[in-house]
Design a protein around this ligand. Structure first.
Ligand SMILES: [Zn+2]
Ligand SMILES: [Zn+2]
Length: 241
């Protein structure tokens, strides 16, 4: 199922011990103005790039990489992907762009224990996720890219600078790790996360008309039931304080 809907391509993550985030390529190929949403886990860059090429997409047409947020399972192979498309800009919400530019990796690893585990297992060192950010995204921006129009929604709670991209005309929502299929939501115990804030973000997403839900992990849904996000938020409300 590579093309989910017009101008939206799905590259499923290849989970290992740690999950690997899905990648979405957005934009009409004829526009030659495509964007990659998220990167994935360390070591998955080659797989993601090969899959993009197999879809018939030219790397030279990829103009930017947009991060839904900067957790390790999303940013882990960013360097590998950028090595293949060095011309692509990096766009991150300002709340996470600033720490990423300073080399503050608390938000990448989420917790100290996880940092030391990953650093020894993957041979990572401090500063590996320090990047210059070309554009710091803000709540409410409209991104006209690749012949489609996406709204930037700042939806913190899972992480401080989580965003969703929303295409109102096709009713497509890319919410990162804030809400998944099967009434699941993102964890809210990591650095920069907060349950009560996540609840607000979920209720905000619940206001949108969503037909296609494209989360960072697990199943994607075409034909989302009306009220799905609201029902999910309701189920989790007792835990989101
Ligand atoms: Zn996450
Ligand atoms: Zn994730």
């Amino acid at each position: 199922m590579p093309e989910i809907t017009k101008g939206v391509y799905f590259i499923p993550g290849q989970d290992e011990m740690i999950p690997d985030a899905h990648v979405y390529v957005i934009g009409l190929p004829s526009s030659q103005d495509l964007s990659i949403v998220d990167a994935g886990l360390m070591g998955k860059g080659a797989y993601k790039i090969q899959t993009i090429q197999k879809l018939g997409i030219k790397l030279s047409d990829i103009k930017r990489i947009i991060m839904t947020h900067t957790h390790l399972d999303h940013i882990g192979c960013l360097k590998e992907i950028r090595a293949q498309i060095p011309h692509a800009e990096l766009w991150i919400h300002e709340e996470e762009a600033n720490p990423i530019e300073k080399g503050d990796e608390r938000g990448v690893y989420g917790m100290e224990m996880f940092r030391s585990m990953c650093q020894s297992q993957y041979g990572l060192k401090a500063g590996d996720f320090k990047f210059k950010v070309d554009r710091k995204l803000k709540e409410g921006e409209k991104l006209e890219m690749g012949g489609l129009s996406w709204e930037v929604l700042h939806i913190p709670g899972h992480s401080a600078g989580s965003i969703a991209l929303y295409d109102r005309s096709q009713k497509v929502l890319i919410p990162g790790d804030v809400v998944y299929a099967d009434y699941a939501i993102g964890r809210f115990d990591l650095h920069g996360a907060e349950g009560s804030v996540l609840k607000k973000s979920l209720l905000r997403l619940a206001e949108l008309e969503v037909d296609v839900l494209l989360p960072g992990h697990n199943r994607v849904i075409k034909g989302v039931k009306p009220g799905y996000i609201r029902d999910t938020a309701k189920q989790w409300a007792p835990y989101l304080r």
